[in-house]
Write a protein that binds this ligand. Sequence first.
Ligand SMILES: O=C1O[C@H](COP(=O)(O)O)[C@@H](O)[C@H](O)[C@H]1O
Length: 238
Amino acid sequence: MNRRVLVLPDRDAVARTAAARLLVTIQDTLSTQDEAHIIVTGGTVGIQSLAEVAASPLSADVDWTSVHIWWGDERFVPTGDPDRNEGQAQEAMLGSLPLPEENIHRMGSASDFSTAEDAAEAYRAEMEAAGDPSWDVLMLGLGPDGHVASLFPGHVSYTEGGPEAYAVHDSPKPPPTRVTLSRETIQRAKRVWVVASGAEKAQSVAACVHGDESLPGAVARGTDETLWMVDAAAATGI
Ligand SMILES: O=C1O[C@H](COP(=O)(O)O)[C@@H](O)[C@H](O)[C@H]1O
């Protein structure tokens, strides 16, 4: 398995590095194909990385009309709720980039759908309508418990799985109702990048990097590249 770990001094460096790599990878992708499909993540470092993308001078050189943004998971709460990953991404990055609205593929909220199952079904339809894109980069944050997207260790969200995108109930981390991509959908991505920082994640980072598949972070891998960008505190157990 092609998992690599890049250890950086601190959280700011992880976010800056992830952002720079993302911008360069988008440019590389657009030099060989018409569109780039990127899956972004919520979470502390994930959102900070998006803010770094928006702040980077390199972002002015990207043809954002050819970039599509998707999510790995979403919290099923009303639109405008501060817990929404898409709302946080909007504030950090999307709002300041010239991305056409039709290129932003948000998972549905509790304002749009009565159940998370309906939101998941709509997301599956949206992926299918886009030709089931082959994701160029899929970014994930890692929770201290080793979760990625809304796949939680020991929880049916991970142990039972589901179709490409599915509803999650009773999530151990609030809010309890979510929509997540499946492990198999994540593994369809060309490049999977996991970003993590902080000593509270060190044990899970080490277990995932050493291949302990009881943790969802360990099955996050891409077809071409699996890259962990972590800070020194999160890397202490490796
Ligand atoms: O709930 C979630 O948490 C993870 C990680 O969050 P962090 O703040 O510990 O970095 C995030 O990646 C995921 O998208 C999100 O829904």
